[in-house]
Design a protein around this ligand. Structure first.
Ligand code: ADP
Ligand code: MG
Length: 691
């Protein structure tokens, strides 16, 4: 549709932010509101009040360092009351190019009395330049609670306001897609009212609520956004439950094999989640379950139990891992556990030779291999299974939904168990992992002592070495890790190589020091890991390739160099490599010069061992989009909802959506809902298709 004021240039700018159609503009929310209802002439102003003044720039002046924008910018204003108002902006030198005498401007801020000049003044006011053509609209921009939008290119907050006013006045009210029953029950305003109030809040609006995104209009729009998403997920879940799946038998043989395999007594949490998994596996429909648990909580052991259920029923189990190291680790772990049971466990990765691959593929296709571990190489077209019954996917947030799908298609509706160590609140997990049911291991194996975490300045690294030496003299082992920043594994590799030489020849000439990094050949990687596992090397110098999965209970010290450069989640994962046995373990964060954010991350880690708390801090520090890697996780980009800020609304929306899908007011209403999701929401779901 054509909107007056949106020419080609503006349309192109808006499109860069995904604002393509009128509907997008209508749901482009102000990020903040200002109460500009108190419009005064300068003569009527009183010190101490918040006010809006419409005035003309009389003079401007910069003092101080203009070039580095350190200057103080001062301006004076007058209006028709002939009063004089002074304004000051520290670090405001840039304003010299923005404000000029003669301009009409709306100023908003706190009025003060400047005893030095005897004038009224205003510090760092919000301001908007009043363009001549828009003078007629000035009632939109002042004299009320005013919305503030994030500018898009040259489309300023002012232009947004004008456009939205035009749109709201010129188009017919949009019919409300939300079911009437829900509107009534939750006392939500209808869509059109909500949209109008979102952009131009009514006179009696509470500014505090608006800025907390909890005005009735905002609540409704956030709710709606979550409601349709959750309905879509609910429908998808419901449909998946209709697929035919494998009903595995849970008989005495299965039970006795599990008992035979178990090296320890499972924790209460492990037992509980195994029951959830086993119930799913026994049901004649595919399992789609997420197994969530902090690092070291014993997810892999539960996965092994699930594998036994499949294998004893005559099916194969595939284990998909994001990195070669982790796939290898799983391979060793499962092989060891399953040796007694005479299962054949194989490993298939990208670095197998063509000939090896052929052999391994034959084993899988002929059904001679029971457990097939691997990286994305498992997903290649040539890989076939005789009877795939269970697909275990580790660290799923690194895989797309697509890849999971690919693996599933290699069997006929196999059961799927996704493991993740990212501890996210349940509702979020249900949203992000969409169609998955969630099991949580919320208990660590017994006898674990909380890891002691310390920060050490890199100038005192000698102390760290002498501590390392003491631990090794006690018979323990240690990791020393270098960060991989962005994609530059090469740089980290160099740092690790250098440290390896230094530690093995200068610092600890009498100790055996191993080296592991991503650029090693696969068998060198394997042998470095095996040597450390067997205790032949006492210190393992490594890049972050060991981040996930490595399991050496005798290792009690994790030294992380340049720790301030790692992300929180990564630090927590790394720390989880120690504290896996009964001995007291330590994590030493060696830091250089720290930014404020870096300091915050280090503090969080020193203070807490709790993965949930750390994940929450991580989300807060980085924002949910980046935290989850939106695209990968299939998490849609919300326009107004924010899963962090609005977790409570998400919870409500989820419950309402479940009730609506399960028990719709009428078949017709359900059909309308499905149609609405198809028409309006599909593109925002990305991979999460609604059928
Ligand atoms: P996760 O995959 O959740 O990080 P793992 O399955 O790798 O955790 O288990 C971490 C460590 O704890 C491993 O050394 C594992 O053998 C051990 N472990 C797992 N379950 C138990 C248990 N119930 N009792 C004692 N140790 C356990
Ligand atoms: Mg693990």
């Amino acid at each position: 549709m054509y909107v007056k004021g949106v020419g080609q240039a503006r349309a192109a700018m808006l499109e860069t932010k995904g604002l393509k159609v009128v509907e997008d503009l209508l749901t482009y929310p102000p990020f903040r509101y200002e109460d500009r209802s108190n419009v005064k002439t300068i003569r009527d102003l009183a010190p101490g009040e918040m006010a809006t003044v419409l005035a003309e720039v009389r003079s401007t002046k910069v003092s101080g360092f203009q070039r580095r924008n350190l200057g103080l910018f001062q301006a004076t204003f007058t209006d028709r009351s002939r009063g004089v108002l002074a304004a000051k902006w520290f670090h405001g030198a840039y304003l010299n190019d923005v404000l000029a005498p003669g301009q009409k401007i709306a100023l908003f801020g706190k009025i003060e009395f400047d005893s030095y000049s005897g004038n009224l003044s205003i510090m760092h006011p919000e301001f908007e330049i009043l363009a001549d053509e828009e003078d007629g609209d000035s009632s939109l921009h002042t004299g009320r609670v005013v919305p503030i939008y994030t500018a898009v290119g040259k489309v300023s907050t002012r232009i947004f306001r004008t456009l939205l006013d035009r749109i709201l006045k010129s188009i017919d009210p949009i019919a409300d897609p939300l079911p009437q029953r829900i509107l009534n029950q939750l006392k939500l305003p209808d869509l059109w009212t909500a949209l109008r109030d979102l952009h131009f809040p009514p006179v009696d609006s509470e500014l505090r609520l608006l800025n907390a995104f909890r005005s009735p209009a905002q609540f409704r729009l956030i709710f709606e956004e979550f409601f349709w998403l959750e309905c879509g997920l609910e429908l998808k879940r419901a449909r998946a439950r209709l697929d035919p799946g494998i009903g595995f038998a849970l008989n005495d043989r299965v039970r006795s094999k599990i008992l035979e395999m178990l090296p320890f007594k499972p924790t209460g949490a492990q037992k509980r989640v195994l029951k959830e998994i086993a119930d799913d596996m026994a049901a004649p429909r595919p399992m789609y379950r997420l197994l969530q648990g902090d690092v070291g909580s014993g997810k892999t052991l539960v996965a092994a139990e699930a594998a036994i259920i499949a294998i004893e029923n005559g099916f194969q189990t595939a284990v998909l891992a994001p990195t070669e190291i982790l796939a290898t680790q799983h391979f060793f772990y499962f092989k060891k556990l399953f040796q007694k049971l005479n299962y054949v466990t194989i490993l298939l990765t990208g670095s197998n030779t063509q000939k090896e691959k052929e052999g391994l593929r034959k084993l899988a296709a002929a059904g001679l291999a029971h457990v097939i571990c691997g990286t994305h190489a498992l997903l290649e077209a040539g890989v076939e299974f005789k009877r795939l019954g269970l697909a275990i996917v580790d660290e799923q947030h690194r895989f797309g939904v697509e890849q999971r799908q690919k693996l599933m298609e290699k069997g006929s509706h196999p059961d799927v168990l996704v493991m993740t160590a990212t501890p996210i609140p349940r509702t979020l997990a249900l949203t992000i992992y969409g169609d998955l049911d969630v099991s949580i291991i919320d208990e660590l194996p017994p006898g674990r002592k909380p890891i002691i975490t310390k920060q050490v300045d890199d100038s005192k690294v000698e102390q760290v070495y002498s501590f390392l030496k003491k631990q090794i003299d006690l018979g323990r082992q240690a990791y020393v890790v270098y960060p991989v920043i962005e994609e530059s594994e090469t740089q980290a590799m160099k740092a690790a190589q250098k440290m390896h030489v230094e530690l093995s020849t200068i610092v600890f000439p009498s100790l055996r020091v191993g080296l592991l990094h991503g650029k090693l050949r696969t068998d060198d990687k394997e042998s470095a890991m095996e040597k450390f596992q067997r205790g032949e090397t006492q210190i393992l110098v490594s890049t972050t390739v060991i981040e996930v999965g490595v399991d050496v209970p005798n290792a009690t010290v994790m030294v992380i160099e340049q720790a301030e450069r790692f992300g929180l989640a990564q630090l927590h994962q790394l720390r989880g490599r120690v504290g896996r046995g009964g001995e007291q373990s330590y994590c030493i964060l060696v830091t250089g010069k720290m930014s404020e954010a870096g300091r915050e991350r280090i503090r969080t880690l020193v203070d807490s061992n709790d993965g949930f708390y750390i994940a929450e801090m991580d989300m807060k520090l980085r924002g949910p989009g980046e935290f989850f890697g939106t695209r990968q996780s299939g998490l849609p980009a919300f326009q107004i909802g924010n899963i962090l800020r609005d977790a409570d609304v998400l919870e409500i929306a989820r419950n309402e959506a479940a009730a609506f899908v399960k028990n719709p007011p009428s078949e017709d209403e359900l059909r309308r809902g499905v149609q609405f999701i198809r028409d309006h929401w599909q593109r925002r779901y990305g991979l999460v298709l609604v059928g």
